[in-house]
Design a protein around this ligand. Sequence first.
Ligand SMILES: Cc1ncc(COP(=O)(O)O)c(C=O)c1O
Length: 394
Amino acid sequence: MSLPASLYSSRLRWDLAPNRLTRLLDERRSAGAALLDLTESNPTAAGFAYPSHQILAALADPRALSYQPAAAGMPSARAAVSKDYYSGRVDPGRILLTASTSEAYAFVFKLLADPGDEVLVPRPSYPLFDFLAALEAVRVVQYPLVYHSAWSIDFDALAGSITPRSRAIVLVNPNNPTGSFLKQSELGPLIALAREHNLALISDEVFSDYGLHPDQPLVHSLTAVTDVLTFCLSGLSKVAALPQLKLGWIVTGGPARECEQAFQRLELIADTYLSVGAPVQLAAPVLLGLRTRLQDQILARVRANRAFLASQLGPRSPWRLLETEGGWYAILEAPRIQSEEEWVLSLLANDGVLVQPGFFFDFEREAFLVLSLLTPEDVFHEGVRRILARAPLT
Ligand SMILES: Cc1ncc(COP(=O)(O)O)c(C=O)c1O
């Protein structure tokens, strides 16, 4: 007798069991333990001063009471992204609005890939790729970033992972959690590779305003690429620290004809869902105008927390802080006296400090701890002191 077919698709592995860290965290929380959370990535929960009245007033535009669907987004909101975010360098005709950057990925994957096709994604990087791709029945193939006092793309490995089913190279610029930007010297080889293999480039630029070294030769955006079909993704969630308002976008670029064809197809996909709400689109000019107020606070916090962490590590420290060029995270290499998982579990159980293990981001080897630099400074300082005390100077 054959087994009954599952009710559920096999797009995801549907592994709903919590991992050891989540189980321990639930236990600690239900026991009422005071925790120092060094993983906070939600800017609205990190103690920043939001101009609340202006945000709420912008969302109360009476025009939101009428429904005027537009597949690529309201012309006024697309114009605002063009003018207020890209300073007019990107034509609004190339901008398509989405409810989030995650949805932007889903649209671009639907556009480019058939079930079973592949997208190349960096490693280490953002863990949501596995889900975003799997939900579109697309396979993720990782290419390595290598660290030699800065992170860079391993081009040989990238070229070696291309197959006839590859459709796109994804880069996260700057990457999460390594904070590494694409180097100017990497842009040419990347475009050449994409051209040679007829691949699109997908550039996730959500953190690109959070660079720490404006004078370094880094590529902040791929919106000006004209040689290959390119999709640059971003949104209010990081740009204006407003993830709850749900507004993202895709900038399509590349050779004029391909760009136009891709845009028309994206519009058809977006028209199927019409997922972006009217209030946030009408508020877009105001929200984008307010972004530097949030970005300045975030950058100040990120810099201060990073400087504090660096100041705690002398030349004889068994810990190592990896270099970065931007983003919201610090990567701390822990002494290999125990595994990454043991580090994270013991810090939580014994010290009440919550950090993320490198394996959440698929680091090639152990032991790395990922710390959110958005963490309020007092919590960050105490958390760092407790972590470092677990392996003091030898
Ligand atoms: C690199 C990266 N891309 C995309 C996203 C998702 O952004 P959104 O909230 O716009 O879906 C995140 C969220 O943390 C991220 O870290």
